[in-house]
Design a binder for this molecule. Structure first.
Ligand SMILES: [Zn+2]
Length: 134
């Protein structure tokens, strides 16, 4: 399976979670991405994963990812890559071990594809969401 096919399967699993699927980019998040550019957002995602998730015992594990304040934080909650508990439960990344660089970049790819997917959908209005997906 190619990476993009794997991501499609993964997005399908996430879509069945009420908690995960309620996360969406806000107008503010979209503006932030537009201002910074997608490459900068990717670098932020790499930094967050490297410093907050990748160590064998990340500081504050379980509470290291705020619910808002950066589009990547939203993406992490939406994709269950917010803490080592979720990474283990959803994606079988074993806790208590450092996440190898290769796996880190796959997580970043996944986060970025969630962000791209959000950007390709119109922003939600009045709390209701225009769903263009199948
Ligand atoms: Zn979590």
């Amino acid at each position: 399976m190619s990476e993009s096919q794997e991501f499609l399967v993964a997005f399908g699993r996430l879509a069945r979670s009420k908690f995960r699927s309620r996360f969406h980019l806000s107008a503010e998040d979209r503006k932030y991405i537009a201002d910074k550019g997608i490459d900068v957002i990717r670098r932020h995602a790499e930094d967050f994963i490297r410093t907050r998730l990748a160590p064998a015992c990340p500081p504050n594990d379980g509470r290291q990812t705020p619910m808002r304040g950066h589009p990547v934080f939203k993406a992490q909650h939406a994709t269950a890559t917010c803490c080592r508990g979720c990474l283990e439960k959803w994606w079988k990344v074993p806790k208590g071990t450092e996440i190898p660089l290769e796996r880190q970049s796959r997580i970043v790819d996944f986060l970025m594809s969630w962000i791209e997917k959000e950007l390709s959908n119109p922003p939600s209005q009045n709390g209701s969401r225009h769903n263009t997906g199948p």
